[in-house]
Design a protein around this ligand. Structure first.
Ligand SMILES: [Fe+2]
Length: 288
């Protein structure tokens, strides 16, 4: 889902030196294309009024509603015209420096396999639906496109500064599980939410999670759950503001300041938080 753990140290057989592999689009079966269509239809119905305007616009501009798993070459051609980004296939999770290098060069790495029909709601590794439906529409937005490139460049620095965990949390709470305040109300834009039928509802409607105004240092100190719905969502005021903060912040002194501080547990609310919704955490309590 995020650039988290990986098992391989070098590109597996058949992959290029930069870890990319051919998408092999012609090899998808009719059943695999049908799985995409089922997932697509379900989310497309759910997202108007829930997903951010930028996400819905991207979905449209990239013509992702066309039937079947998108062909990365055609998709990249459309995306390239809009924001200069491309989508490239990789074999599962790749090393952090590879992930960041692609991102800093406006290449989004995506898995090329799709979940099985009996796994529509559950998957351990990001598949093509999560990666393409979840992430790529936001890359058609010029501001978000710049943000992700800046993130990639920041990743390379974070490795040098020993702050990968902190920067990874920024990705988690924005790119994967971010909420944005729009004129019409709170909207979802994180790929982990928009690609999940259950979390698309939970993140906005459920009384359980906290919804807290975005603060860069706070976010980078906050732990997260990888195995269940989030107990905290962070809300950005706009994509412009997210990009501005990311570009204008000097991360080296910020890391120096936050690295000695304790991590903030998932559901905790701090005195300085801009609380939008204080969650009941009832959902988390009901889970094993
Ligand atoms: Fe993801």
């Amino acid at each position: 889902m995020a650039q988290d753990t990986h098992v391989l140290d070098r590109p597996p057989e058949g992959a290029s030196a930069d870890w990319t592999i051919p998408q092999n689009w012609q090899a998808y079966t009719a059943e695999e294309h049908a799985t995409w269509d089922i997932l697509f239809e379900r989310q497309a119905k759910l997202l108007p009024g829930r997903a951010s305007g930028a996400f819905l616009k991207g979905l449209d501009a990239l013509r992702l509603s066309e039937s079947g798993i998108p062909n990365f070459e055609e998709l990249s051609e459309r995306l390239m015209k809009l924001t200069g980004w491309q989508v490239v296939a990789v074999p599962g999770l790749v090393p952090d420096e590879v992930f960041f290098d692609h991102m800093a060069n406006r290449r989004f790495v995506a898995g090329n396999f799709i979940r099985r029909p009996d796994q529509l709601d559950y998957l351990q590794e990001p598949d093509v639906f999560h990666d393409v439906f979840g992430h790529v529409p936001m890359l058609a937005d010029p501001v978000f496109a710049d943000y992700l490139e800046a993130y990639g460049r920041g990743g390379v620095r974070a490795i040098e500064l020993g702050a990968l965990k902190q920067l990874g949390r920024l990705y988690w709470y924005t790119v994967e599980f971010g909420l944005v305040q729009e004129a019409e109300g709170l909207r979802i834009y994180g790929a982990g939410i928009v690609s999940s039928s259950a979390e698309s509802r939970f993140a906005l409607d459920d009384p359980s999670p906290n919804r807290i105004g975005f603060d860069l240092a706070r976010v980078m100190r906050t732990e997260y759950r990888i195995d269940d719905f989030q107990q905290n969502y962070f809300v950005i005021p706009s994509f412009d503001e997210l990009l501005r903060v990311t570009i204008e912040t000097d991360f080296a002194p910020l890391y120096e300041e936050i690295l000695p501080l304790p991590d903030i547990p998932v559901a905790e609310i701090l005195p300085g938080d801009a609380v939008i919704t204080q969650g009941t955490q009832e959902y988390a309590r009901s889970r094993p």
